[in-house]
Design a protein around this ligand. Structure first.
Ligand SMILES: Cc1ncc(C[n+]2csc(CCOP(=O)(O)OP(=O)(O)O)c2C)c(N)n1
Ligand code: SF4
Length: 340
C-alpha cells in the first residue's frame, strides 16, 4: 500500500508577518500595502528564507521590520545601491526594495537612476505620498507646485518629478502604478513585478493621513475613480469612464493621446487605441497622463524584458561566486599596509 504524504500546508499572509509591533500612524496607507505584499508572497508560496526586503530611511522604509523574511533597513537614499550589491553577491535571492518618494527621488534619485538603467533583477516599490512623512511633512520632489508645508509655507515653487515617467526615462523595462487601497489590483501588479526579470518599478500612490491626507482623493475617491483612472490590460482597448465608453485615441499631429467618447463625433469602438505594454512611446504618453484632462494610468504601463545586470555580471565572471571570501579575509587581501 502506498501512503500518500499530506501536501505541505500552503503559506498564509500571516506567515510573512514578523512579531514586531507595526508603528505607522493609524490609518496610514502603508498598512494596506503591507497587507497586499504579504498576500502576494503567500499566493506565490515565496520561501521567506530566500526573500529580502531592503529599504533606506523614512516611514515606508520601516517595512523590513514587519516582514518575516530577511531585511536590511539601510541609510537614506542608498537602498538601491545596497540592493544591487546584495543581488550580485547572492543572485538567487528575491529582493524587494521599498522607499518613499523622498528616499527614492531626493537623496536617492541618483542611485535609483542607476539601478533602473542597469536593470538589476529585483522589485523596487516606491511608496509615493508626495511628502516627507517621517520628518513631519516637508514637501518632497513629487509634491505638486503650490504644496504648503513647514518647508514651503508660501506653497512650493517647484515642478514635481513624476515617478513613472522618470523610471521610463532612466531605462526601466517594467513600470507599473497602483493605489494603496486597490488591494486586488495591487496583488496582481506585484505578482507581475515579481515574474518580470530585471528591475520592476512599481509606483504605489500612498495616503499619508497625517501630513498629506487626501492628496490622491481626486484620483482614488470612489466617487471619481471611474472617470479619473484608466486600468490598463495588454492588448485590450484603452477604455474608461462611468459607462466604459470613454477611450484614448492616437492623434498624429501633434503626436499625442486624446480622450474621446464612443458614439460622439463619429468615434467608433475600433478607433480606440489598444494597450501595448512593449511600446515605449505609448508607455511614456500613458505614464504622463494626469487630471483633469486625462485619466491616470493604473496597472502595468510598460513591460519589455531585457538582459538583467546580474545575469550579465554572472556570465562575465562565471567563477566569482566560487571565490567568495569571508569579510575579514577580503579586507586583508590584496595590496594593504599598516598605518603605524
Ligand atoms: C542623510 C540623511 N538626510 C536626511 C535625513 C532625514 N530624513 C529622514 S526620512 C526623510 C524623508 C522621508 O520621506 P520619504 O522618503 O518620502 O518617506 P516617508 O517618510 O514619507 O515614507 C528625511 C529627509 C536622514 N535620515 N538622513
Ligand atoms: S507620517 Fe504619514 S507616512 Fe508616516 S506613518 Fe504617519 S501617516 Fe504614514
Amino acid at each position: 500500500m502506498t501512503v500518500q504524504k499530506p501536501a505541505p500546508a500552503a503559506r498564509s499572509p500571516k506567515d510573512y508577518a514578523s512579531d514586531q509591533e507595526v508603528r505607522w500612524c493609524p490609518g496610514c496607507g502603508d498598512y494596506a500595502i503591507l497587507k497586499a505584499i504579504q498576500k502576494t508572497l503567500a499566493d506565490l508560496d515565496a520561501p521567506p528564507e530566500n526573500t529580502a526586503f531592503i529599504s533606506g530611511i523614512g516611514c515606508a522604509a520601516r517595512f523590513p521590520y514587519y516582514m518575516e523574511t530577511y531585511g536590511f533597513h539601510t541609510i537614506h537614499g542608498r537602498a538601491a545601491a545596497i540592493a544591487t550589491g546584495t543581488k550580485l553577491a547572492n543572485p538567487d535571492l528575491d529582493i524587494w526594495v521599498v522607499g518613499g518618494d523622498g528616499d527614492s527621488l531626493s537623496i536617492g534619485g541618483n542611485h535609483l537612476m542607476h539601478l533602473l538603467r542597469r536593470n538589476v533583477n529585483l522589485q523596487y516599490l516606491l511608496f509615493n505620498n508626495e511628502i516627507y512623512g517621517l520628518t513631519k511633512g516637508q514637501y518632497s520632489p513629487t509634491s505638486h507646485a503650490g504644496t504648503r508645508t513647514p518647508s514651503s509655507p508660501g506653497g512650493s515653487l517647484e515642478q514635481p518629478v513624476h515617478a513613472a515617467p522618470f523610471a521610463l526615462g532612466c531605462g526601466a523595462r517594467f513600470v507599473a502604478r497602483c493605489g494603496d487601497v486597490q488591494q486586488k489590483d495591487l496583488v496582481v501588479v506585484l505578482k507581475r513585478a515579481r515574474a518580470h526579470t530585471g528591475t520592476s518599478f512599481v509606483e504605489i500612490l500612498q495616503n499619508c493621513i497625517v501630513y498629506n491626507d487626501g492628496v490622491f482623493g481626486h484620483i482614488m475617491d470612489k466617487s471619481v475613480a471611474a472617470e479619473a483612472q484608466i486600468h490598463l490590460t495588454h492588448g485590450e482597448p484603452l477604455l474608461f469612464g462611468e459607462n466604459g465608453n470613454k477611450g484614448l485615441r492616437l492623434r498624429t499631429s501633434p503626436l499625442s493621446l486624446e480622450v474621446v467618447t464612443i458614439g460622439e463625433g463619429g468615434v467608433r469602438e475600433e478607433d480606440i487605441l489598444r494597450h501595448d505594454e512593449t511600446d515605449l512611446t505609448l508607455a511614456t504618453m500613458l505614464a504622463r497622463m494626469e487630471g483633469p484632462d486625462y485619466p491616470v494610468a493604473m496597472g502595468v504601463i510598460y513591460c519589455d524584458p531585457a538582459p538583467s545586470y546580474d545575469q550579465q555580471f554572472k556570465d562575465a565572471h562565471p567563477l566569482r561566486p566560487q571565490s567568495r571570501k569571508a569579510l575579514q579575509d577580503a579586507l586583508k587581501s590584496g595590496y594593504i599596509w599598516t598605518v603605524e
